[in-house]
Design a protein around this ligand. Structure first.
Ligand SMILES: Cc1cc2nc3c(=O)[nH]c(=O)nc-3n(C[C@H](O)[C@H](O)[C@H](O)COP(=O)(O)OP(=O)(O)OC[C@H]3O[C@@H](n4cnc5c(N)ncnc54)[C@H](O)[C@@H]3O)c2cc1C
Length: 425
């Protein structure tokens, strides 16, 4: 179990019993008494919420499911860029967890996981602990603030939002755009891949430009990309910038942001210093902290290697990792997290009955991007398990839109409605 000395002392100071072994801490009370076979799931985002619901449905409710989530409600990152464009509000993207609790009998605990003990099969929260037979973690991403001098979690909460987890920061960024004078410059930076939602930053540039076009036509969007080129749907985004927002969107590749002057709203790259009116730095990412707590982060110090037949960690038995935290050439998307959750829980049900999981899993991903107020483009992929490589490999099927269209804008809205319903209702 990875728990640093500071956290260890905090647990002790909070009156929580400390275990007999050095470095091992566990809370004194079991939050829910374990009766039969139990799966604990940490994180009720796209991956975790899907896993909880489908585990209850597919196991005929025989497996006890405990879902732990820090947030009181689910807020969708997909389509959160349209809050910046102004066609949706954050409440349009917010959904309660009540149906998961009331219809599917999932024990939902709202709280912060602070440690995990793989040996004792225990998840630790501030007010108690939970034991498990198997653990699924879907903690999403956390940010590597130390890669950009001057940037901290506090700075992003207070003045320079990344808005890469939908919620208060998304609303803050929208307000900053509203307050910006016409003729101002919106500067956004994109980290080197892999990061959550490859096309998301380019969609964001479109949404901010759509808002400027209608309300602040003298303003500019400047994209500083750490990557050598646009990482997803390149031709479609370039066409949108050229046709819909001529002269408004400027793209600079190979521009990794290394430093920020918060008060001066200025970012530095290896090439130049750039002053912004509104600044949006999307920091480099790694697996959510819960993965470090469980000790399942790989040698790269960022992502978690798994067995793609069950999403069981390559480091610790009985701990499964799904979603953005997984190390793979799979897109880090909500659609993918939800698809992985279904493969993972189907495998867990088999394994708990002493059977082998499906040896040939397939997952699909579709990602829509709103390039204007009502037009979208998509990319779709199929991935199949490859035995020799022990990896999920891009397979036949899928592709990208021939061109942006309003009908795809409608499909994008239906996609969101369908996945929210599949995950939460
Ligand atoms: C702007 C933007 C646009 C996007 N657009 C799309 C799109 O169009 N289509 C698409 O498929 N994907 C899209 N994505 C990507 C998608 O949001 C993520 O890939 C997806 O959320 C990953 O699911 P996850 O379960 O891995 O993580 P999350 O959905 O982030 O869930 C992780 C959960 O774990 C909880 N958690 C973390 N740590 C703890 C802890 N210590 N204790 C308790 N709870 C904890 C968090 O609160 C969170 O609810 C977009 C993302 C962004 C930022």
């Amino acid at each position: 179990m990875l728990i640093d000395r500071r956290d260890f002392l905090k647990l002790g100071a909070a009156g929580i019993a400390i275990g007999a072994f050095p470095g091992i801490a566990f809370a004194s009370t079991e939050l829910i008494t374990k009766k039969g076979q139990r799966v604990v799931i940490v994180g009720a985002g796209f991956g975790g919420a899907t896993a909880a619901k489908y585990l209850r449905m597919w196991s005929d409710n025989t497996i006890e499911v405990v879902l732990v989530e820090r947030n009181p409600v689910f807020i969708s990152c997909p389509m959160s860029n349209t809050v910046l464009g102004g066609t949706r509000t954050i409440s349009d993207l917010t959904q309660s967890y009540d149906t998961l609790k009331n219809k599917y009998g999932i024990n939902l605990i709202q709280g912060e996981v602070s440690a995990i003990d793989p040996d004792k099969k225990t998840v630790i929260l501030a007010n108690g602990h939970l034991t498990y037979d198997r653990l699924i973690i879907s903690p999403g991403v956390d940010f590597m603030f130390d890669k950009i001098e001057g940037l901290t979690a506090q700075v992003t909460d207070e003045s320079i939002p990344h808005a890469w987890k939908a919620g208060a920061q998304t609303v803050m960024l929208r307000r900053q755009l509203e307050a910006m004078p016409d003729g101002g410059v919106f500067v956004m930076s994109i980290p080197a891949a892999p990061y959550r939602c490859p096309p998301g930053p380019y969609e964001r540039a479109c949404q901010v430009a759509a808002y400027f076009k209608n309300f602040k036509p003298k303003s500019k969007v400047l994209i500083l990309d750490a990557n050598p080129d646009i990482t997803s749907k390149k031709g479609l985004f370039m066409a949108a910038w050229k046709d819909l927002y001529p002269g408004m969107v400027e793209y600079r590749p190979n521009h990794a942001v290394t430093k920020v002057d918060v008060a001066g709203k200025t970012v530095s790259t290896e090439v130049e210093d750039i002053k912004a009116d509104v600044l949006n730095i999307i920091p480099p990412m790694k697996a959510g902290m819960v993965a470090s707590m469980a000790g399942v982060v790989g040698a790269d110090g960022r992502w978690c290697a798994v067995d793609f037949l069950s999403y069981e960690s390559k480091v610790h038995k009985n701990i499964h990792v799904i979603g953005d935290s997984v190390s793979a050439a799979l897109p880090k998307s909500g659609h993918m997290a939800s698809a992985q959750a279904k493969v993972c829980v189907a495998a867990i049900i088999e394994l708990m009955q002493g059977k082998q999981p499906d040896q040939n899993p397939t997952v699909v991903n579709t990602c829509y991007s709103m390039v204007s107020n009502n037009e979208a483009v998509h990319v779709a992929n199929v991935f199949r398990f490859n035995v020799e490589k022990q990896a999920m490999i891009s397979a036949e099927g899928g592709g990208v839109s021939a061109a942006r269209s309003e009908i795809e804008g409608d499909y994008a809205a239906f996609w969101l409605q369908n996945i929210m319903s599949d995950v939460l209702l």
